[in-house]
Each structure stands twice: as C-alpha cells, then as structure tokens.
Design a protein around this ligand. Structure first.
Ligand SMILES: Cc1ncc(COP(=O)(O)O)c(C=O)c1O
Length: 394
C-alpha cells in the first residue's frame, strides 16, 4: 500500500489511541438474546435494539429456516434484474400496511434507504432542514442529494420556523427528523413538525428506526403514538431492530414516491436484493407486531420499572418513555468505569462518549426488551447499585 497514505492513517490511529477513542469489537458467542456470552461469561444484554425480543422468537426463526430450505440463501442479483421474489413484494405491502401508506420500498438497510431517498427526490434547488441530532445516515443521504442542508437545534421549533420562513424561495423544503433519537431515547415533536410543514407547504420525512414496532397502539411507530400519522410524507425505518433484528430497511409513502425510488434510488437499483429468508423473517415479525400487542405492553412496564429503579438508586435518567434509557454519567471516564463495573456483575450496558455524544454528555445507554425477565431486570438494578457503591468508595 502507498506509504504516504499508510503513514498518515497510522498517525491518525495513534492520536485516537492516545485519546482513548479507539473502538474494538465486542465478540459475542451464540445468538442474540436477553443474555449474551462474552469471553465465556453470560451477561444480561442491555446493548441491543431487540425491543420486542423477536430476534430470538421461535416463530421468526422457524419461518426463516423453512424459507432457507424452500427458496435458498441468496438471489445473486439486484431487484431490477432477476433478484425480486414474491416475498419482497409481500413484505413491502406488509410494511405499507403497518405504516398506513400506499406503498413501501425495501432496501438492504435503513442506512441504504436514507442514502438513497434524498438524491432520488431532491437536487440543488431544494432545502433540507435537519435536526441537529439526526442519524449519520440521514446526514450522508442529504449530502448526496446536493440539496442545501440547514441544521436546526435539536427539537428547536422556533429555529426551524425561522429557517422555513427564510427558505420560502426553494423548490421544495424538506423537514427531516429521527422519530426516536437513538442516543437519548427522546421522541421528535411530530405534531408540531406536522403543523409547521403544513403551514409552510414543506415535506416531512421521519426516520423511525427505533419507533417502528415499538411505539403506537398497533406498533406503527412514533407518529401513531403521538397521533400524527397523517402528516408524515416519507417514512424510513429498519428491519434490523425491533422487527426481527436481521437486516433490511425501507421507505414508505405514496405510490408515486415508491415508484420514483424504484426507478432512481441508487441503493435500490445498484445492489443485491435482500435474502428471501430474511424477508420471510421480517414478514413473520410484522405479523407478531400485529398479533402480540402484549409485547409492547410488557415493554412499557419493563421500561417504566427500570427507569424508576435507576432513579431510586440516585442515577440521572432524563425523562422519557422509550426503552432507550440514557443513564447520564458525565465527565472523564465515569461512564466507562461504571460500564466495566456492571460487566463484572454480569450486565452488559455500553458507555457512550465523544464523538458519539457531545463531550460532557457521557452516558451508559440501557436498552430494554419485552423479553427480559423480571429476574434479569432485578439483576440489572442490583448491578447498578453495586457499581454506584464501588465508585463512590473509590
Ligand atoms: C435512527 C437510525 N436510522 C438508521 C439506522 C441504520 O439502520 P440499519 O442498521 O438498518 O442500517 C440506525 C441504526 O443505527 C438508526 O438508529
């Protein structure tokens, strides 16, 4: 490899290492579940997005196994060539049914969906108004479109209204937000965003990767939960979190939107189709989202209980209702130290530090599942309690 490039990369890695900012893979043995085996030890898993426990659901796994036998592993072709199977269309219809939209289009991941959607719809004549805490895939997708990106402060409706008023000459204005923000677990103010979009004749795009299947009476997501489903023009989401946790993403919306994406979204056209067995697993997960509202009910109970128990121990847990529970441990290596202490006590909960969250906003992100047992949640609280005593003694 070219020496100039290698030397520069090595120097940059050394700086990262000095800052303690080098990420290493946590290697897990065995399947996703409410416990994970790491270095031969079983840990209660608070570090996955498997909010309903469907990644380990026997019906989901059986359906995928059966599909593997019937339709094989991969299709070795893109959707627009010979890669489309009937299940892809059935899955798109099932996603549209959940989202309450006319149609939906599958992508290999939500990252791909977000990379593709803006460039297919927008160009330099357009303005995108983007929440400061939006996911990286939205930021990159907006960049690829060539549209002018204006960032408004997180959930700052006043600043957004000013930017909308100032960009009235653009061909289209698109307000872009996560439905649930993945580092804080807070919800976008969708009813107010819908009202602003209507007032300014703007488009509203919501990435509800952490809301789909999790929030709302039918699991349709954050907009259903907040009563603003009608006002969302474009919805993106993932099959890699609550909906079975394997892989896949989607864009849901009107028929014309879907047709446009099928013609010109580059991560739809120029890539391999989703493995049919994964599509079958996602279909099964969507059926369970529909038929098992008790999973969401249990998730609400678990989340409320754990948020309360952690606060009772004296931890700072910002208000919220989502199973992403941030436990604020600001400054230095405190979050990392508490995470290590939790692991010693049989609990896996990861620390987040700069650049994933702003410096001074370090935290442990706890992710609750409907599948956690009460005993596991009690173990978690006991571990947080011990971690607190160990650190105050240190
Ligand atoms: C808000 C949000 N959007 C998109 C993604 C990407 O989803 P996927 O894993 O399907 O690419 C994530 C996952 O990290 C996310 O949190």
């Amino acid at each position: 490899m070219n020496h100039g490039l290698l030397d520069r990369l090595a120097a940059e890695l050394a700086v990262r290492r000095e800052r303690g900012a080098v990420r290493t893979d946590l290697v897990v043995a065995g399947p996703q579940g409410t416990t994970l085996t790491v270095d031969g030890r079983e840990l209660v898993n608070l570090a996955a997005n498997d909010y309903l426990g469907l990644a380990a659901d026997p019906e989901v796994l059986d359906a995928a196994r059966q599909a593997l036998d019937e339709v094989g592993l991969g299709v070795s072709a893109g959707r627009v060539l010979s890669g489309t199977r009937e299940v892809h269309h059935r899955l798109e219809a099932a996603i549209a049914a959940l989202a309450g939209t006319e149609d939906a289009v599958l992508f290999g991941s939500c990252f791909d969906a977000n990379l593709g959607v803006f460039a297919a719809l927008l160009g330099p004549e357009d303005v995108v108004l983007s929440d400061a805490l939006n996911h990286a895939s939205l930021i990159d997708g907006i960049r690829l479109s060539g549209a002018r990106r204006q960032v408004y402060g997180h959930a700052d409706l006043g600043e957004l209204a000013d930017l909308l008023a100032a960009s009235a000459g653009a061909r289209h204005r698109v307000i872009v937000t996560d439905g649930v923000f993945s580092m804080d677990g807070d919800l976008a103010p969708l009813p107010a965003l819908v009202a602003l979009a209507r007032r300014h004749d703007a488009v509203l795009l919501v990435d509800d990767s952490h809301g789909t299947g999790v929030l709302g009476a039918t699991g349709a997501g954050t907009a259903e939960h907040l009563g603003s489903q009608d006002g969302i023009d474009v919805l993106t989401g993932t099959l890699g979190k609550a909906l079975g946790g394997a892989a896949g993403g989607f864009v849901a919306g009107s028929r014309v939107l879907a047709e446009t994406l099928r013609q010109s979204a580059r991560p739809y056209v120029f890539t391999n189709a989703m493995a049919p067995a994964l599509a079958v697993a996602a279909m099964t997960s969507l059926r369970l989202v529909r038929e098992r509202p008790d999973l969401r009910d249990r998730l609400v109970v678990h989340t409320g209980w754990l948020r309360g128990a952690l606060r009772d121990l004296g931890y700072e847990v910002p208000p919220g209702e989502h199973p992403i529970v941030p436990v604020m441990l600001r400054g230095g290596t405190l979050a990392r130290d508490v995470s290590a202490e939790l692991r010693r006590h049989g609990v896996l909960a990861l620390a987040l530090a700069h650049p994933v969250v702003p410096a001074g906003e370090e935290r442990i992100r706890v992710q609750v599942s409907a599948a956690h047992t009460p005993e596991q949640l009690e173990r978690v609280v006991a571990a947080f309690g011990r971690a607190r005593s160990a650190l105050s003694a240190a």
